[in-house]
Write a protein that binds this ligand. Structure first.
Ligand SMILES: *[C@@H]1O[C@H](CO)[C@@H](O)[C@H](O)[C@H]1NC(C)=O
Length: 236
């Protein structure tokens, strides 16, 4: 059953049947949401649970997740079986590298109306300073806005670590509110999903990654902000 190559062959076949033009038009009408991050985006289930919120709000057919990745490595089974598994989560990757070397091309390949990101955990592991991580966040926002001046942005406070330096996670999270306020704009708003407050280390399956309780907490903080953005965008 878990044969991604066959699944993608099937979806290629249906693309061919529908005709590339019709498919492109249909996708052009959907709001494009990019889940951007590291393993906490890639090998977790919160993006599936957020999709359930979109579905429950009657918005799922009006949106798509975008990104170069299309995977469900945790075999998440949300209520919505046909949830969109596209994302831009890259296990082990640093915010500084994504900002310097990758995000421009990712957004060229799969443009986004909304970007939601959690990044910095691997930077902390590798000893990057809070200043370097915040500088990478600024660079990422500039890249998003260069690609689409109306990008709506959700930045997550990073979940805690029980391995490594949680105090450096706290130092990063402490900087995010002022940073976000400083770059906020009406055309391209930035809102903060607080995925830290109330996140206990019992919600980590391995000291770093969320278990189902952690996924639920992240989804409960990110989802409502995303739904607001989607409703605002569709109202225009
Ligand atoms: C950015 O501005 C919007 C209103 O345009 C506001 O809702 C939001 O809280 C602001 N974000 C920050 C981080 O202050």
């Amino acid at each position: 059953m878990h044969m991604p190559s066959i699944l993608s062959a099937l979806s290629l076949a249906s693309l061919a049947l529908a005709g590339p033009v019709q498919v492109a038009e249909r996708q052009a009408q959907k709001l494009k949401i990019m889940p951007l991050g590291d393993s906490i985006t890639e090998i977790t289930c919160w993006r599936a649970l957020v999709w359930d919120q979109l579905q429950a709000a009657g918005l799922a057919d009006k949106v798509q997740y975008v990104g170069s990745q299309n995977s469900n490595p945790q075999n998440c089974k949300p209520t919505t079986a046909n949830w969109d598994q596209h994302h831009e989560g890259h296990s082990g990757w640093l915010a500084v590298d994504i900002a310097n070397n990758y995000l421009t091309n990712w957004l060229k390949s799969t443009p986004a109306d909304i970007v939601m990101f959690m990044l910095g955990t691997n930077d902390v592991f590798r000893g990057k300073s809070t200043n370097d991580i915040i500088a990478a966040y600024t660079k990422m926002v500039n890249i998003m806005r260069a690609a689409n001046p109306k990008t709506k942005i959700i930045v997550d406070l990073v979940i805690p670590l029980s391995l490594g330096s949680n105090s450096n996670i706290q130092a990063l999270n402490a900087r995010i509110p002022e940073w976000a306020k400083g770059l906020n704009s009406t055309e391209s708003p930035i809102v903060i999903a607080d995925c830290y407050t109330g996140y206990s280390t019992s919600m980590l399956r391995d000291g770093v990654h969320p278990n189902l309780d952690g996924d639920k907490l992240i989804a409960s903080r990110v989802g409502p902000l995303l739904l607001d953005y989607v409703k605002q965008s569709l109202a225009k």
